[in-house]
Design a protein around this ligand. Sequence first.
Ligand SMILES: Cc1ncc(C[n+]2csc(CCOP(=O)(O)OP(=O)(O)O)c2C)c(N)n1
Ligand SMILES: [Mg+2]
Length: 627
Amino acid sequence: MTSTTRLTVAQALVRFLAAQYTERDGVRQRLIGATWGIFGHGNVAGLGQALVEYADVMPYHQGRNEQSMVHAAVGYARQSNRLSTHAVTTSIGPGATNLVTGAALATINHLPVLLLPGDIFATRPADPVLQQLEVPYAGDVSVNDSLRPVSRYFDRVTRPEALIPAALQAMRVLTDPVETGAVTLALPQDVQAEAYDWPDEFFAERTWVVRRPGADPTELAEAVRVIRSARRPLVIAGGGVHHSRAEEALAEFAEATGIPVASTQAGKGSLRYDHPQDVGGVGHTGTATADELARTADLVIGVGTRYTDFTTASHTLFAGDGVRFLNLNIAAYDGHKLAGLPLVADARIALTELTQSLGMHEYRVADAYVTEYTEDKERWEQRVDACYEADEPDVRPTQPQVLGALDAIVDETDVIINAAGSLPGDLHKLWRARSRDQYHLEYGYSCMGYEIPAALGVKLAAPDRPVWALVGDGTYLMMPTEIVTAVQEGVAIKILLVQNHGYASIGGLSEETGGERYGTAYRYRSDDGTFTGAPLPVDLAANAASLGMRVLRAKTVRDLREALTEARAADTPTCVYVETQTADTVSGPPPAQAWWDVPVAETATRSSAVKARELYERHVSTRRRHL
Ligand SMILES: Cc1ncc(C[n+]2csc(CCOP(=O)(O)OP(=O)(O)O)c2C)c(N)n1
Ligand SMILES: [Mg+2]
């Protein structure tokens, strides 16, 4: 007879999660390192009770907002190379729906996170319970169904024994390098507390191998053939290079062939910035070097990239005659994009195979091509220097000078985190990534508010490294809540808070697209009804201090350097607050080197929109279909 243990569903789930491991390249680690939770009636007596019962095997973190708990878990997962993540438990109703944004972010960025929202009673003894959505046409719908489209796996555990297949499927998806993303197990509040006799095998340690599939021989041979016939090939390194830990294999491929490497936001740092073949970011926020190579490439070799519109400049960037695409990707979905030749495989394995095969043919690009991109790279480096340097150290810095000050004090151990605003573009163009995981940009969802909670997750995964959340004022206001958690847990994250009184990025975009910066500045309402009065008297530095952070205010470039140095050495959560000069008063970062499609009004009475539309149509006419 199988031995069994009588536990509640919630207790069984916690015991099960504590026994799951991943393994890749011979290294084994806990899959679910900890559980975040905010309790309400939907989980307090179920999962809440189970977490206290098993506190010795499942660490618990107390979050402040369900969305930000998911961001923290995602930050942890990314820093852990997707081999380890956290779970997040919530109450029913608003606690559960607050997960939706975090889940979408995780799924879009292919980062694993386990979501455990409470759900309405499975037995329905007293409908409607507090916070229950009643849908007149369907009795089995709850607010948790809003998590289905943003989850890579969704299940509702309406009977205790159904936990067994649901939990196993959840682990399969979390550890599958193609499928992974948000995984949701909705847990009705009555079922969580219900007891069942669980077979003890359910709680035995289980190891999930994170696989590295090799390339199909036909696809590989075809890939070698197209590379051998290419004269101006360009690699675009995406997030998949990092997910696969393929940075060294990529460097060997690049060095053996002479092919330059550009990177997406997720792929930056695939080669160190000072590697002679790293030509920087590509696309709308790319460097002049990379974008010129992209315009004239005859073969684009995408490695682990989804080819978002920022990368393709909304399909206007790759303009070479007869340009072809070779897409090395673990997901066939991405491998077939742009009518490219798919090479569906793990990036590290396939790059190593490509290097070997091309070596046998002694393939190498022409010296003239190498000279061209080497000289171009040098020119771009000089532009970065010019943006970073501050001739007058006693005035308020520009945003690029803020980045220059940070650049001057970090080494390869620092991690910088950012997701939205004008910082992603400036960072993609300017930042000198000194290590493979220094540049942590979430640009799949570009979610304002990701930065601070993600910093917490990254720091939990890498306690010895300086971890910086770079946030604009708008982003700070969206989600400063996890500062309290960092203070509570003594997690010494650093925040660099850039005040420019509103949405500078969207303001600029609005101006270019005929929106006249409407509604993008944080200013008082004027007599004419517009928001063009004086800047608001908010003091975000005082706000951060009120949540328990140590705050250093920097007024000038000189102050900033000192404050950053002090913050870097601090062993408690520390914020550096700086007001920047805005782009209309000073020269900002280099302008966009390629377009991005944001549709402009086809008809309008205001001249700004009419002019913007003319320019828009010129850009649209340059769009190409790659078939
Ligand atoms: C949650 C969320 N809402 C809205 C947006 C659209 N958006 C992108 S950047 C931005 C403004 C960011 O302002 P701030 O953080 O102050 O940075 P700045 O643009 O001033 O550099 C907005 C509203 C977004 N990316 N995420
Ligand atoms: Mg701002």
